[in-house]
Design a protein around this ligand. Structure first.
Ligand SMILES: C=C(O[C@H]1C=CC=C(C(=O)O)[C@@H]1O)C(=O)O
Length: 403
């Protein structure tokens, strides 16, 4: 059965427009998940206590579907936004995201939304100054910092509301990423987070857990020889291997006590998205106790040094001092957890927050000794490119503003 036929079966014509439109979509290589409507919302609270709230939620709301979907913000002190949907559709295999009712029609031509302005926050120069301040802090042994991830944002204003469906279809053209749309708590109107993330925080099914951290990046090239050389250079870069190993070690430190086996069968390898090379290490583990929930482990892992830094508290404080905005749901996690304790969470990077005619695009980069301001400006510019392409925002004018 194709996606439209499957949807026609579960979305009766009499339902309200809001219920027909999915409020959560997660398209992964092996499965697409669509959630409709809201039965119950997870109680608000910080990340500390998240898994206890999830357990309590399922104890109180035993109705089906027994699943919570949504987003965890970057700041562990802030509340996650998770809902138990009215209905859930899970389509196995690799599926076209076109033709989702209320979002987009597979056959419709992609429409360009007229863009009024693209404003960097901070400017590329100011971001470079923040990177230099981070490098000074890393060099100063009294700071105790070993790694810091700094981000920047592009504010895009358009002449009419963005179409989430069209953006999703364009993002889904990169099969190496998991594309998502998730509703966020209202703030001066309805908001969504949309993105195409290459990074798996945690997948847990029964005894088995998988995490696939990424850190260390290089922009790809249109020229095949240059592209191959960029990948090989990244793989042999001591600075990037160090940046990457800090993330892998931090994740292993969290997961090891819960596992009877934990290993990286393929070691550290190159991972490619349409615009970037990354260093990635796929970690596979077997839990001592399969009752350890995905929510519990995800809450312990987040935020990893791929989005925050090391040590976590000091890096979090430095981010607060050096970035001119609250990251909100950028660099958090997006995914689901169910009443059996299973779940899958992705790191919410390569994404944008959309509110009506405004979008905020985010890109961050890990800074370690050996990083340079120019290098991190170029890396974050490359990280914007998938979202900019989805928004139809390419060309010299935009490139000049990004730096
Ligand atoms: C924080 C981001 O990327 C992280 C994930 C992969 C590689 C990264 C890096 O090389 O710096 C970052 O740690 C982002 O894309 O906004």
């Amino acid at each position: 059965m194709d996606m439209i036929a499957a949807l026609a079966n579960i979305v009766p014509a009499s339902e309200s427009a809001a219920e027909k439109q999915p409020s959560f979509i997660l398209k992964m290589a092996d499965e697409t998940m669509l959630a409709y409507g809201t039965k119950h919302q997870l109680a608000a609270g910080p990340l500390d206590g998240f898994s206890a709230r999830v357990d309590r939620h399922f104890a109180e709301h035993g109705d089906r579907p027994g699943i919570l979907v949504g987003a965890i913000p970057f700041d562990p002190a802030h509340s996650a936004h998770l809902v138990q949907p009215a209905r859930m559709l899970r389509v196995q295999g690799d599926h076209e995201v076109g033709g989702i009712p209320g979002l987009a029609t597979a056959s419709a031509p992609l429409m360009r939304v007229p863009v009024i302005s693209v404003t960097p926050e901070p400017t590329a120069d100011a971001f470079g100054e923040a990177v230099n301040a981070a490098i000074r802090a890393l060099d100063d042994t009294s700071s105790g910092l070993h790694k810091l991830v700094l981000s920047r944002c592009l504010k895009v204003r358009a002449g009419r509301s963005f179409s989430a469906g069209e953006l999703l279809r364009r993002l889904a053209s990169d099969a190496s990423a998991s594309v998502f749309i998730t509703a966020l708590p209202d703030k001066d109107g309805k908001r969504i987070l949309i993105g195409a993330t290459p990074e798996l925080l945690l997948d847990k099914r029964g005894h088995r857990i998988v995490s696939h951290p990424l850190a260390g990046s290089a922009p790809r090239s249109q020229d095949p020889a240059e592209d191959r050389a960029a990948g090989e250079h990244l793989l042999s870069s001591a600075k990037d291997q160090h940046e990457h190993s800090l993330v892998v070690q931090a994740i292993m430190d969290v997961l090891s006590p819960y596992c009877s086996e934990l290993s990286a069968p393929g070691g550290t390898t190159l991972r490619a998205t349409a615009s970037l090379w990354h260093l990635g290490t796929r970690l596979v583990g077997r839990l001592r106790d399969p009752a350890t929930s995905c929510a519990e482990l995800a809450a312990l892992l987040h935020p990893t040094p791929a989005v925050c830094g090391l040590p976590r508290q000091a890096a979090h404080a430095a981010i607060g001092a050096l970035e001119p905005y609250d990251r909100d749901f950028y660099a958090g996690a997006v995914g689901w957890c169910d009443s059996s304790g299973d779940g899958r969470w992705f790191v919410s990077i390569r994404c944008a927050e959309i509110r009506g005619e405004e979008a905020r695009l985010y890109a961050g980069a890990g800074i370690v000794p050996g990083s340079t301001a120019e290098g991190e400006i170029a890396e974050t510019a490359a990280k914007f490119s998938a979202m900019l392409h989805a928004f139809g925002l390419e060309g010299e004018d935009v490139e000049r503003r990004i730096g």
